[in-house]
Design a protein around this ligand. Structure first.
Ligand code: NAP
Ligand code: MG
Length: 454
């Protein structure tokens, strides 16, 4: 029996003690989810859809409560936290249309009829990181439940409060007992058990690339299905022909949102050399205006880092002598506050330029021409997201086809929409979440041939 004390990143004071499940408790819940699967998969499509809509509607009427919980637990700005809770509602609503549309195919074959079915997998193990506790959980459990699977979900040890509340709301909405189970616990205990337990048929993991690789190795033993959403070092590529004012005004939010603890953070700004000075001048004004303050204020654009450990990790990237171009502001007093920081490295060998920092630090590097921009952008082991700023449509098309990343935006920094697929190239991940095809990741295709020869 062990407990974890949640610490507020804003006050550094204890918030609540959480019981952490051990292996025996985890096994019991996995078994319960496996039993619940037998009946949940048989619920009529229309009824399953109706229950998911009821869940969405209950989340909708608890948006403010869920958002306040996230501010308390994670120090997210209240504006972001409301969006995050709303995203859970939207994802549930979107996939509530799926049970009634989980079509197979009828394929022409000789001597009979051939039909494919989309069958649910069984118990799905979802492992969630601390940076976006609500949306990342919902991207897993929404489509998983809609396809007829049951779910065991492990929130990050640091941020379990909203997941626990979502588990309660699910029951209240009529999701049957055992179908959606939230298990707070350690990654090395509960998360690892999802990987080794034979009744967990798929892992959906979001987190660091290191742990993702370990999970991938573990899944090999049982050829367990796996989706990975891992780290990033995304490029914000700005051509001289772009609306530089707009690109500069948007660049702080693109990397400092959620205090940079965002796998899609545009943490490398690549700016065409001829526009470098103009951009840096405008960018400095925008960074200094960026509001780092008490996240419960409606005006807050950035809160503190999640923990003292994360503060120490981010600080390590800025040793004495780091070429800091300029910094924004931060409050004084308690809280894991880190000022938005802009670096101007000499070249691309800099550690802060190459590695994922997961904090409010961005590196700016000039490039010469289109080919140079593509080469520099792709010179990374990651490939999650990125932005391209140009008024030349043909160039924007060429560059967006050439950049090796799963989610790009042109003249915009927004990469997440629940209607569209999300996921990474290279070491940023495996598989895709969200969008119309997410159900494929939570079903097996079964092919059945019916002989009609008599
Ligand atoms: P992490 O250490 O990899 O943890 C992620 C989750 O995995 C947590 O729930 C953690 O539990 C659990 N875990 C840790 N070790 C495990 C193990 N051996 N077996 C099974 N589960 C284990 O990552 P983090 O520090 O929470 O999050 C930051 C990282 O996530 C960043 O690198 C970021 O880029 C990445 N991320 C990626 C995306 C994306 O969509 N691509 C989204 C968000 C975050 P504990 O809480 O107990 O450690
Ligand atoms: Mg960790």
């Amino acid at each position: 029996m062990s407990n974890y004390t949640i610490i507020s990143p804003v006050t550094e004071k204890p918030v609540q003690d959480i019981h952490l499940a051990d292996v025996t408790e985890t096994d019991a819940i996995i078994l319960k989810a496996a039993h619940a699967f037998e009946s949940w998969r048989k619920v009529n499509p229309g009824d399953r859809a109706r229950i998911l809509r009821a869940f969405a509607s209950l989340v909708d009427s608890h948006i403010e409560e869920l958002a306040q919980l996230e501010v308390l637990n994670s120090g997210h700005t209240i504006g972001n936290a409301r969006w995050e809770a709303g995203n859970v509602r939207d994802v549930l609503n979107y996939y509530s249309a799926a049970p009634e549309r989980l079509f197979g195919r009828q394929i022409p074959v000789p001597n009979g009829i051939d039909i494919t079915f989309k069958e649910p997998l069984g118990v799905i193990g979802i492992i969630v990181p601390w940076n976006f506790p609500m949306p990342i959980a919902g991207w897993g459990f929404g489509p998983a439940l809609a396809a007829g699977n049951t779910v065991v979900l492990k929130p990050a040890e640091l941020t379990p409060l909203t997941a626990i509340r979502l588990g309660e709301l699910a029951l209240q909405a009529g999701i049957p007992e055992g179908v959606f189970n939230v298990i707070p616990g350690k990654g090395s205990v509960v998360g690892d058990r999802f990987v080794t337990h034979p009744l967990v048929r798929k892992i959906v993991f979001t987190g660091s690339t290191g742990v993702g690789k370990q999970i991938m190795r573990g899944c090999a033993d049982q050829v367990k299905r796996l989706t990975l959403e891992l780290g990033g070092k995304s490029a914000n590529i700005i051509f001289a022909d772009a609306d530089i004012e707009k690109a500069a005004a948007g660049a702080p939010g693109a990397v400092f949102d959620n205090a940079g603890q965002d796998c899609c953070a545009r943490s490398r700004i690549l700016i065409q050399r001829s526009a470098y000075d103009k951009f840096m001048e405008l960018f400095e004004v925008a960074v200094k205006k960026f509001r780092v303050e008490d996240p419960s204020l409606d005006t807050a654009e950035m809160g503190p880092l999640i923990s003292s450990t994360q503060y120490a990790r981010v600080s390590e990237f800025l040793p004495e002598g780091t070429p800091i171009a300029f910094q924004g502001s931060k409050p004084t007093g308690p809280g894991y506050w880190f000022a938005p920081t802009v670096l101007a490295p000499k070249d691309s060998k800099d550690r802060a330029y190459r590695e994922e920092i997961f904090g409010p630090v961005v590196s700016v590097l000039p490039f010469e021409d289109e080919a140079d921009a593509i080469r520099i952008a792709n010179d990374s082991e990651y490939g999650l997201s990125g932005s391209i700023w140009s008024r030349d449509l043909a160039r924007a098309v060429r560059v967006s086809r050439a950049v090796e990343a799963g989610n790009l935006s042109v003249n915009s920094n927004s990469s997440v929409r629940y209607w569209t697929p999300f996921g990474g190239y290279k070491q940023s991940g495996l598989g895709r979440e969200l969008g119309p095809d997410a159900l494929d990741a939570f079903t097996e295709t079964k092919n059945v041939f019916f002989d009609t020869q008599g």
